[in-house]
Design a protein around this ligand. Structure first.
Ligand code: FAD
Length: 438
């Protein structure tokens, strides 16, 4: 059998390669490091963690905890190596980074079905291929990917506004309307009085930001300004910009407010909303504090914080099937951060499905679409069905799951039930698809 090419041995590529060889499919694993490093990687190891050594919570109270459990049950290489090299971190899974990436490298390099190629690929090869070159994909390959997807469908940075759960918005304070009542009432609007705005403004311009890395500075010059930077230019700048109140009459007061924060639907199900124009570089704790000062968002559940960083990703809602297969070339798969998932574990999760499906494609088997009730499936569904005109990367979160049959007020209990349903669904799915270990 011809080997499947996996480009990039990061979190996603390593997992994809593992899922391929597990099914007996040979792999040509092409990694440019250490010959050529990215601006964030420093070692020759596969699955290098470029920042924190934490893979976030292990607890089912967090969607990423459920995702990790699903991956363990699907025999994930990344999770196995992470568990073996865990260091004490309370409820989180943190790892000895050297031990972790060293063992991923060893397991793959010593595998009889893996052929290792230490080189930068500058073309997408023919034959079955998984592209997993990550947020810092080398320039020449990025160019080729953009030719394939269409220039407008490859992004080089991520300037995202926070996304929150619809159910956590206080609709006694917010109202639904479109500016000047044009079209159907599409936005959730949070109006502010003079006093509320002045208070919010002061907090916004004095909040702490995350320092930009040198290779991220270019983002500002692309005309995408963080809300806090815009605010520091003066109150009028945001009152004529993202917090513009014109054309929005609060139906309860029958008049215009001093300022309005607008939220736009983010997912097909309408359970997630993003804050329009609120791309930000504030520290996460600060984002929570400041967003909760907005009337109606006092109890906002933030499922994805605003970020501004270098990130190469494709417009997956246009380009991919939920199998991670490219729509315009059926033997091509994408995986990892490149597909618009966000985070170490999510990247590996995308690699798991892409690798599994690339193997099934090679073996002439039907490709798998994971159910939306699982974290693996909910992420795949989100990135392939989100609004393509406003597509921003996403991490695992409860807002992506289909609602439970009945409303549960207690958050911990609700999350536990999401977790139980996810694992039960995965179990059934795996049994039917003959996937799991045992
Ligand atoms: P990577 O792990 O980056 O793997 C891609 C691999 O492809 C690399 O090894 C690279 O060398 C190789 N490659 C690139 N181009 C080519 C080519 N042309 N030919 C051959 N090989 C190539 N997520 C978190 O959860 N927590 C964090 O703290 C965190 N911090 C981050 C910090 C930075 C600076 C960045 C950029 C991202 C961060 N992320 C973080 C987001 C994301 O989780 C990681 O980037 C993650 O490593 C993505 O996994 P991946 O497999 O998609 O890409």
């Amino acid at each position: 059998m011809k080997p499947v090419t996996v480009i990039g041995a990061g979190l996603a590529g390593s997992e994809a390669a593992w899922q391929l060889v597990k099914q007996g499919v040979p792999v040509r694993l092409v990694e440019m490091r250490p010959k050529k490093q990215t601006p964030a990687h420093h070692t020759p190891h596969y699955a290098e963690l470029v920042c924190t050594n934490s893979l976030r919570s292990n607890d089912w109270a967090h969607a990423v905890g459920i995702l990790k459990e699903e991956m363990r049950r699907m025999d994930s290489l990344i999770l196995d190596c992470a568990d073996r090299h865990a260091v004490p971190a309370g409820g989180a899974l943190a790892v000895d980074r050297e031990g972790f990436s060293g063992s991923v490298t060893e397991r793959l390099q010593n595998h009889p079905l893996v052929e290792v190629v230490e080189d930068e690929l500058t073309e997408i090869p023919e034959g079955i291929t998984v592209v997993a070159t990550g947020p810092l994909t080398s320039e020449s390959l990025s160019e080729k990917i953009s030719q394939l997807t269409g220039e407008d469908h490859l992004y080089f940075y991520d300037a995202a506004a926070p996304i929150i759960e619809r159910d956590s918005i206080d609709m006694e304070k917010a109202f639904v309307a479109s500016r000047y009542d044009k079209g159907e009432a599409a936005y959730i609007n949070c109006p502010m009085t003079d006093e509320e705005f002045d208070h919010f403004y002061e907090a916004l311009i004095t909040a702490e930001t995350t320092p930009l890395k040198t290779f991220e500075k270019e983002i500002y010059f692309e005309g995408c300004m963080p809300i806090e930077v815009m605010a520091r230019r003066g109150k009028e700048t945001i009152l004529y910009g993202p917090m513009k109140p014109v054309g929005l009459v609060d139906p309860r007061k029958g008049q215009r407010s001093r300022a309005v924060v607008q939220l736009r639907q983010d997912d097909g199900a309408g359970s997630l909303y993003n804050l329009v124009g609120f791309q930000t570089h504030l520290k996460w704790g600060e984002q929570k504090r400041i967003l909760r000062m907005i009337p109606g968002l006092e109890n906002a559940e933030i499922v994805r914080y605003g970020v501004m960083h270098r990130n190469t990703f494709i417009n997956s809602p246009r380009a991919l099937h939920p199998t991670y297969q490219f729509k315009n070339r059926e033997d091509l798969f994408f995986a990892g951060q490149m597909t618009g998932v966000e985070g170490y574990v999510e990247s590996a999760a995308a690699g798991l499905i892409a690798g599994m499906n690339a193997a099934r494609y090679a073996l002439g088997k039907e490709l798998l679409i994971f159910p939306g009730e699982t974290t693996l499936g909910s992420l795949a569904r989100y990135i392939t069905t989100a609004n393509p005109d406003n597509f921003q990367p996403m991490n695992a979160n409860f807002g992506l799951f289909p609602r439970l049959p009945r409303k549960i007020k207690d958050k911990r209990e609700r999350n536990r039930q999401y977790g139980e349903r996810a694992l039960e669904t995965l179990h059934q799915f795996a049994k039917e698809s003959v996937l799991a270990r045992g």
